[in-house]
Design a protein around this ligand. Sequence first.
Ligand code: CP
Length: 304
Amino acid sequence: VNHLLGIKYLKEKDIQLIFETADHFKEVINRPIKKVPSLRDITIANLFFENSTRTKLSFELAEKRLSADVINFSSGQSSVKKGETLIDTVNNILSMKVDMVVMRHPNPGAGVFLSKHINASIINAGDGAHEHPTQALLDSYSIREKLGDVAGKKVVIVGDILHSRVALSNIFALQLQGAQVMVCGPKTLLPKFINELGVKVETNLLKALNWCDVANMLRVQNERMDISYFPSTREYTQQFGVNKELLDSLDKEITIMHPGPINRGVEITSDVADSKQSIILDQVQNGVAIRMAAIYLLASKIKQ
Ligand code: CP
């Protein structure tokens, strides 16, 4: 069975195939009739064990644009609350003739674990602080769209690297495509294994912004912390928040990204988030075409 569980399982040519397929679907969803009949014979279950706005709606829209049948599951309103296990939950859903599972789960490795116990393709829509492969794909696709190519570009990922599946998947995806990657954040929010990832590490935001072509701003994930890692939100914003004054002090115009949800006024000010340097909503728009491509390519393997 084929899955998309993480960028670390992909090769550079897989990413290029997803991008070329997404180029086609991006053209499709800009037509007056935004649908293709490709997956009329496929049923997909979207299983969300953790909150989501962008990823959940983007997957559902991608599936509907491909004419797949779609069912949506949120653990909060489900029999998980009565003690049903993950494996039982998913195998019960699959018994209703479901072909593919999209899953977001708070536990790192949940998708890999599930893949050993079910007979269906799985797309990881975010597993704890581990990976978020479709986010990294749409991020690189958006850099390619804005700057022409990912290879050779300098990308800094700023903020809470320790708790970020977006950071890890982006590091893997950007390096596969030949970009240079830097992480920038407070030392307390960098993982212990950061030096094993082949990235530059910087704790001075101004130096990081002067180095990069693209800055991907992350949210501090307070919900994944059981202790306070940094003295205060105000101090975080002073040292690691991006604002217009800071960007205006650079001698070049850099591209600003954010996976969302944004904490306006914390890691990014509104005048930056809503500026022409920001491609935040392009990222969200590209997510639909990227997810159509990922689903379509996996479904093609199911049909073989
Ligand atoms: N970027 C992202 O994963 O957003 P959601 O949590 O809203 O899906």
